[in-house]
Design a protein around this ligand. Structure first.
Ligand code: MF3
Ligand code: CO
Length: 249
């Protein structure tokens, strides 16, 4: 069932996502060679607490941390552990969720550490471009498959892969709500987009094969072929027939 939100609910979710994006930016400022992923988790916990919200991932299905830190071939849900140390040339996806006033916010960004090749820069930029290609399809009259298709088309036209096994999602009083928002699909399919929907749109892209394998930790999703992966996410509301990206204004 798709939960439709009122404008006052969307205002609260905008605030939840502002908190998420402040946390991501504060974590991003700390990302540098030598820092431990566990230290980034501490930064996130300090900042979210200071802003009067709760980390959404901590305790979610038994997850022990407040952020996910997914480096290089790790796609998503990488654990911010002490022995995970960031180095020059890495690409680091940080995913964070906040719980504020009964509502969730969820966003992610991929940060580049120091100098990388133009090839890698273009790749990481494509994850962000894919988000914007998807969000531009968020309008009343379109369907979820239009978002999916726009993301897939952009990513594949640049020669990259789109992950199938993990998808975007509705968000609200639960972190994951209906509808699923795949990053691949056919236009004109799936649920109708209507005012009051809130969607977490989150392309996960790969430099090679789109297939996923999971680590023994049960969380870390990484590319099957060991090639790089990048991830970009915002929560987006449907307002007055069009999209409103939460937490960035
Ligand atoms: N943002 C992540 C997603 O939408 C949520 C991660 S929950 C965690 O898949 F428990 F893995 F952290
Ligand atoms: Co999400």
């Amino acid at each position: 069932m798709i939960n439709i939100k009122t404008s006052s609910e969307i205002k609260i979710m905008d605030m939840a996502n502002k908190i998420v994006n402040v946390v991501l930016n504060e974590v991003g400022k700390k990302i540098a060679p030598g820092i431990r992923a566990s230290e980034l988790n501490e930064v996130a916990e300090d900042v979210v607490k200071r802003l009067g919200a709760k980390p959404a991932f901590k305790g979610y299905n038994g997850y022990k941390y407040s952020i996910c830190v997914s480096i290089n071939d790790e796609i998503v849900h990488g654990l911010p552990e002490r022995n995970k140390i960031i180095k020059e040339g890495d690409i680091v996806s940080v995913d964070f969720g906040a719980y504020y006033n009964g509502y969730y916010g969820d966003a992610a960004k991929t940060f580049i550490v120091g100098e990388v090749s133009k090839e890698i820069e273009d790749f990481v930029r494509t994850a962000e471009d894919a988000f914007y290609a998807g969000v531009s399809q968020v309008k009343v009259g379109n369907r979820i498959g239009d978002i999916s298709c726009a993301i897939q088309s952009l990513v594949e036209s640049r020669g990259y892969g789109v992950v199938r096994d993990l998808v975007g999602h509705g968000i609200g009083t639960a972190l994951h709500e209906d509808p699923p928002v795949p990053n691949y699909g056919r236009p004109g399919t799936g649920p109708d987009i209507i005012n009051g929907m809130v969607l977490a749109i989150e392309p996960m892209i790969t430099m090679g094969d789109f297939r996923v394998i999971y680590d023994k930790d049960g969380w870390t999703a990484r590319t099957y072929d060991g090639k790089l992966s990048a991830h970009f996410e915002y929560s987006v509301a449907v307002v007055d027939g069009s999209y409103y990206i939460l937490g960035i204004n």
